[in-house]
Design a protein around this ligand. Structure first.
Ligand code: NDP
Ligand code: HSE
Length: 432
């Protein structure tokens, strides 16, 4: 990257790629002034050449063979916004191998293959930046890798998926159905190619793995993150949460416990007074608790082409401005180590539990007995409805996941319990 301009190859030109091309053209003046040289969009790889592209991508740049781009010796920097592991992984490694810097928004790749990618980048002396891979346009990777590099992070907690936050907001505020809200999120370009990655929590888990690896100086991969999505959240749960003064959010939490890391994604009820409860639509928010900096909160658009592209172009400018500096990801060496993951059963939670029960004397005692036998203390209980409609709504004090799981199993076998209708973690004042 020594010439009088930087030539950029774009792999993928969908929601994020086309927004990136747009910023590169519209903000060319600012980008040149901040980078020191013009940044030229030189090649664009897509899959289907018959699709109409917008005016920022001139047809002469387009190829349906991404290898044309990574093998082109005149390309200095590759932006990977195809997504998924393959062929993205091979393309990124090939680009690195031929001395090209890389910017990527691909959380799936980084949450599974960061160690391979960063090792290759260190060896080749090129940079791989990935701000857009976590929380879209919200700066979080750079603050974590740079601003907090001298501190010790204890905990990360946040909303890391725009699609599910959009769906939950729509269900909560306008009573929209899950399916309609999801269709609108897809229409707006928030969903992954396979939206089950959003709904089942895997996308948030990948982002949490990336942040946890940075925070805790050891590789945390997607599979290390306990993962539960929002597919089972019903309108009834939403109404119950409102009655209690709560909102339901898909929460991602990673924390250090001694020399172990606990990482999980799951829906949780949280009091409306909690700052995360007011994070609406596709916004993401991340609380970081560091030993010396204290509590920090980052808030911004977690999904959508323009916001994500802003983060990508920021990474491009950083690489071009620092050209010649042979740095890869600052924590690359730490990724050689796998984090010790705390067993999921040891994590402490509070739960909201709804049971359909027979409405007769002794039921409450029988239910309370099951909780007591597994050492789970009940914080509140109330009966709703009568006869066949009778339900018990309980909230527990903090106890381990293993204790709660054993309680739920026993409840399902109790004669007066017709059905364990719902259970969801509750974010309390002191614990998740
Ligand atoms: P899209 O599906 O909109 O775009 C993917 C692009 O990659 C398309 O242009 C597609 O071509 C192209 N492509 C797919 N396979 C190939 C291939 N084998 N060779 C060449 N091109 C290929 O995805 P997004 O833009 O939404 O997402 C891209 C990445 O950004 C993903 O990693 C995603 O997780 C991440 N991301 C997305 C955000 C969002 O809000 N959408 C936010 C943050 C990160 P064609 O157009 O011909 O189909
Ligand atoms: N599908 C992702 C989301 C895109 O909804 O958050 C941003 O990573």
């Amino acid at each position: 990257m020594a010439g009088d301009r930087v030539r950029l190859g774009l792999l993928g030109c969908g929601v994020v790629g086309s927004a990136t091309a747009r910023i590169l053209v519209e903000n060319a003046h600012e980008i040149e002034s901040r980078s020191g040289v013009p940044v030229e969009l030189a090649r664009v790889a897509i899959r289907d050449t018959s699709k109409k592209r917008d005016a920022f991508v001139s047809p002469g740049l387009v190829t349906d063979d991404p290898w044309d781009v990574v093998k082109d010796p005149s390309i200095d920097l590759v932006v990977e916004v195809i997504g998924g592991i393959e062929p993205a992984r091979d393309l990124v490694l090939a680009a690195i191998g031929s001395g090209k810097h890389v910017v990527t928004a691909n959380k799936e790749l980084l949450a599974n293959e960061a160690s391979t990618v960063m090792k290759a980048a260190s060896k080749a002396g090129v940079k791989v930046l990935f701000e857009a891979s976590v929380a879209g346009g919200t700066p979080i990777v750079r603050p974590m890798t740079e601003s907090l590099a001298g501190d010790r992070v204890r905990r990360i907690m946040g909303i890391l998926n725009g699609t599910t936050n959009f769906v939950l907001t729509r269900m909560s505020e306008s009573g929209e159905s899950f399916a309609d809200a999801l269709a609108e999120a897809a229409e707006r370009g928030y969903t992954e190619l396979d939206p089950s990655a959003d709904i089942e929590g895997h996308d948030a888990a990948a982002k949490l793995a990336i942040l946890a690896s940075i925070a805790f100086d050891a590789a945390v991969v997607s599979g290390d993150v306990g993962c539960e999505g929002i597919a089972n959240v019903t309108a009834r749960d939403m109404a119950a949460a409102h009655d209690l003064g709560y909102e339901i959010k898909l929460l991602a939490v990673a924390e250090r416990h001694g020399d172990e890391v606990a990482a999980r994604v799951h829906p949780a009820m949280m009091p409306r007074t909690h700052p995360l409860a007011s994070v609406r639509n596709e916004l993401n928010a991340i609380f970081v608790e560091a030993e010396h900096a204290g509590e920090l909160m980052f808030l911004g658009r977690g999904a959508g082409g323009p916001a994500t592209a802003s983060a990508i172009v920021g990474d491009i400018v950083e690489i071009v401005r620092d050209r010649g500096a042979p740095a890869a990801y600052p924590g690359a060496a730490a990724l050689e180590r796998r984090a010790r993951i705390q067993p999921a059963g040891d994590v402490a939670s509070r739960y909201y539990v709804v049971l359909s029960v027979a409405d007769r004397p002794g039921v409450l005692a029988s239910v309370a007995g099951a909780f007591a036998r597994h050492g789970v203390s009940i914080a509140s209980v109330r009966q709703e409805g009568f006869g066949d409609e009778a339900t018990l709504v309980l909230i527990t004090h903090s106890a381990s996941e293993a204790q709660h799981a054993a309680t739920f199993s026993e409840l399902e076998t109790l004669e007066p319990v017709r059905r364990l209708r719902s259970r969801m973690r509750v974010l309390g004042t002191a614990e998740v």
